[in-house]
Write a new protein. Structure first.
Ligand code: UD1
Ligand code: CA
Length: 492
């Protein structure tokens, strides 16, 4: 179907009073994106001649948010209603364009196929206006479709203006329409603000078209969810539920197992490979890409993460802007961030934080460590509690550890520092100088053993606890409790 005769108009100038927010309504997020972005994406696939977004409230913010999409904006100032909003787009629509699809920026679940079907139906019947309608269980708040005896549309009546005998109508106006523009413009010009809000209602143009004897049709959306609007916080949440369900269904279709799917949150751009298993209460955010046959265990949050195949993320791990190569394992309770990279089969365990560091093949850091600004060669073992002291209070400094190195537990590597291939660092060391390849680096005070010290102390304490004379107990106790044990009491 040719769409060069089509323009799309998205209404996004309203304030969204019912959200009680400082943020413009269409910038509120649902399903992982601002509302307006969902709507623009659905419209872009229509390949219309022009997409025009009507902005007004927080125009600068909305313009900035949609700049990347390359759509055209038209300012509506002040906002005098949906009919007025359409009217201000007239200059922006080339005269050769015959049809316009008009839709609100706050109904983000709409799909391209539904808009294409609306346009098709409109062209087939030759109507002046075709309304996308839907039957809702709870139509409160929406304008209702009033049909004449022949089934054609005679008017749209706003919720607040419903007559008693119209209250039972469950077919609602989605605010998504297709118009033949040569019929619409004259009607918009004669709209009057005859309502409580003193606005020019686009819906009144329908009655005007009918008065002129024009044909107005309504086609019912196959899926009522698609037309849900977001006027309140509760609406945003309800729409989010639908988006998330759609995304999970697509991911499962691609061969992914999701346990308790309703507890799993997946952003729209996330990709997951077949035979990957996702446990309950996982969040996959941003542009996360997960390969085949991975396991993401419960409570983990992955944001802009890249996982190759066969990666295991154990419970409650956080992976942000990081890369996990084939066969790597992280967690439980691991935190990888800011460009951490694990090469093939590397492993990071409990309470290990990795920032801007590369861990080579088969590197292990299993417990309680901080590795920041480090490069660690293949086959190296990082002992429990190792810390790279990368920050000197002013700058971040690098730590370079070679291949097959053994870093003993509880070592502090004061950067900038290098540990050569095959070297050892003794447990408990504070390493401030480079360790050459194959050397042992020890950086700690030598141990001193004092033979018999503990036994002597116990004897001294036992003696002090014995009452000397009846009646003098109180005094003597306080005197000895402060006394040092004999022999062993001298401090170095
Ligand atoms: C509108 C319809 C109602 C329909 C419902 C579906 C009218 C009068 N009513 O009501 O029949 O059932 O949508 O969701 O059209 N906007 C502007 N400029 C304005 C006013 C509004 O751009 O001057 C934009 C808003 O930002 C919003 C859209 O138009 O994106 C719809 O406006 P809103 O106030 O949400 O209309 P509803 O009360 O929901
Ligand atoms: Ca609305």
């Amino acid at each position: 179907m040719s769409t060069s005769d089509l323009a799309v108009v998205i209404l996004a100038a309203g304030k969204g009073t019912r959200l009680k927010s400082n943020l413009a309504k269409v910038l509120h997020r649902s399903g992982g994106r601002p509302l307006i972005e969902h709507v623009i994406r659905a419209c872009q696939s229509l390949k219309a001649r022009e997409i025009v977004v009507v902005i007004g409230h927080q125009a600068a913010e909305v313009t900035a948010a949609i700049a990347v999409s390359g759509v055209r904006t038209v300012l509506q100032q002040p906002q005098r209603g949906t009919g007025h909003a359409m009217l201000v787009t007239r200059r922006a629509i080339p005269p050769s364009v015959k049809f316009a699809i008009l839709l609100p920026g706050d109904a983000p679940l709409i799909r391209t196929e539904t808009l294409a079907a609306l346009l098709r139906a409109h062209k087939e019947t030759g109507a002046a206006a075709t309304i996308l309608s839907a039957e809702l269980e709870n139509p409160a708040g929406y304008g209702r479709i009033v049909r004449g005896d022949d089934g054609s549309v005679s008017a749209i009546v706003e919720d607040s203006a419903l007559a008693q005998d119209q209250r039972g109508i469950r077919e609602i106006n989605s605010s998504i329409y297709c118009f033949s523009l040569d019929k619409l413009w004259p009607c918009l010009a004669s709209l009057r603000p005859q309502n409580v809000h003193k606005e020019l209602y686009l819906t009144d143009a329908i009655a005007l078209l009918r008065q002129k004897g024009e044909n107005v049709q309504a086609v019912m959306a196959a899926d009522a969810d698609e037309v849900l609007g977001c006027n309140t916080r509760a609406d945003l949440a309800a729409v989010d539920v639908v988006f998330r369900r759609r995304k999970r269904a697509a991911i499962m279709d691609a061969g992914v197992t999701i346990e308790l799917p309703e507890t799993v949150l997946i952003d729209p751009e996330v990709i997951v490979g077949a035979d990957t298993r996702i446990e309950p209460c996982v969040q996959l955010l941003g542009k996360t890409r997960i390969g085949a046959a991975c396991t993401i265990r419960t409570g983990s949050v992955l944001s802009d993460a890249v996982l190759e195949e066969n990666v295991l993320v154990k419970p409650h791990s956080i992976v942000v802007s990081s890369h996990l190569s084939r066969g790597t394992q992280v967690g439980p309770f691991a935190h990888l961030r800011d460009g951490a990279r694990l090469e093939k089969n590397a492993r990071v365990g409990n309470f290990v934080e990795v920032k801007k560091s590369v861990l080579g093949e088969d590197v292990k850091s299993m417990h309680l460590s901080y590795l920041g600004d480090a490069r660690i060669g293949a086959g190296t073992n990082i002992g429990a509690g190792t810390i790279t002291c990368n920050y000197d209070g002013v700058n971040k400094n690098p730590t370079t550890i070679g291949k097959r190195v053994f870093i003993g537990s509880n070592s502090a590597l004061v950067a900038p520092v290098r540990v050569g291939d095959g070297a050892y660092v003794a447990a408990g060391s504070t390493i401030t100088n480079n360790v050459p390849p194959d050397a042992l680096g020890i950086g700690r005070g030598p141990q001193v053993n004092k033979p018999g010290w503990a036994a002597a102390r116990r004897r001294a304490m036992a003696a002090a606890a014995k009452p000397t004379k009846p009646g003098s107990r109180k005094k003597s106790k306080s005197a000895v409790s402060r006394r040092k044990p004999r022999k062993a009491g001298r401090r170095r």
